[in-house]
Design a binder for this molecule. Structure first.
Ligand code: RIB
Length: 298
């Protein structure tokens, strides 16, 4: 069984469905409100677990009611929470999300996610050992991300770094990354390049292999050669794109043993299914659903 370690954020998503996005200063009547577990780290952990991987999560929740729900939710998905720390005196991370017309707007308050330290990651070193992949994003402090890259490198475990929310990163960090998985805007930010630089040029400038997501257009990828290859997206009716990138990253890690091109194809399919359903973790499919989808979608 594929074994994956995820180091990252754990949020409660406060989701409002609205007929459209409000203008500044405007009040709108929404259609529905839901609380759904989210956070880029937890989303990737849940998506990987649903696809059949054995998953360990490293992160922090607060000592509030959300913290209990988030922790219990990870346990219910069969995820190892040995290295999920409950931090006293602070709330859990939240994301206020408005969904309208299949698109979203998100405001994240990190709260306990800001308390993830290099020491937390170091405490999970044994868990890294022998894992097939480590997944990490940028919703936790930079020093914890750096510790993740260092420890994974020490232990010889490939890292998939999803640079979201984007920030410039040192090239030495990227040299330790097996795959960087940005969208075009994120890749430009990570590399400190103008946002309108052609994405294929950005992929060539990166000091590590890149799998670049393009929403409904699918993904571009390159490995040891410098030639970007394209995987077309799968057409679905978009209900909620929240967590689509997280689902993509998890599937990429789970299916990587089948080769990069096949892993990207399956990651695009898995993300397409997630987009056709409501909620980040609400929409993540199981492996048999992905197989059935691929039978009927080319
Ligand atoms: O990537 C989607 C996630 O980003 C949401 O679940 C939300 O929590 C924010 O962290």
């Amino acid at each position: 069984m594929t074994r994956i370690v995820v180091v990252g954020s754990i949020n409660m998503d406060l989701v409002t469905l609205a007929p459209r996005f409000p203008a500044p200063g405007e009040t709108l009547t929404g259609e529905r409100f839901l609380t759904i577990p989210g956070g880029k780290g937890a989303n990737q952990a849940v998506a990987a677990a649903r696809l059949g991987a054995s998953v360990s999560m490293v992160g922090c929740v607060g000592d509030d009611a959300f913290g209990t729900q988030l922790y219990d939710g990870l346990v219910a998905e069969g995820i190892d929470v040995t290295h999920v720390t409950r931090v006293a005196g602070i709330g859990s991370g939240t994301a206020s999300i408005t969904v309208a017309g299949g698109e979203n707007q998100i405001v994240v308050v990190p709260a306990a996610n800001g308390r993830v330290t290099p020491a937390h990651v170091e405490a999970a070193r044994e868990t890294f050992r022998g894992a097939d992949a480590v997944l990490v994003q940028l919703e936790i402090p930079r020093d914890a991300v750096e510790a993740t890259l260092r420890i994974a490198h020490d232990e010889g475990v490939p890292v998939i770094l999803n640079p979201a929310p984007a920030q410039p990163l040192p090239r030495e960090w990227l040299a330790h990354v097996r795959f960087l998985t940005p969208n075009q805007h994120e890749l430009a930010t990570v590399l400190g390049q103008p946002g309108d630089t052609d994405f294929r040029e950005l992929m060539r400038l990166a000091p590590c292999p890149v799998v670049l997501t393009r929403g409904a257009e699918g993904a571009w990828f390159c490995d040891t050669d410098d030639t970007p290859h394209h995987q077309a997206g799968f057409a679905v009716e978009a209900v909620d794109s929240t967590g689509a990138g997280d689902t993509f990253n998890a599937a990429l890690a789970v299916f990587l043993a089948e080769g990069l091109a096949e892993a990207v194809r399956k990651a695009c399919a898995t993300a397409a299914i997630a987009v056709s359903r409501l909620g980040a973790q609400g929409g993540m499919p199981r492996a048999d659903e992905v197989a059935a989808f691929l039978e009927t979608h080319r």
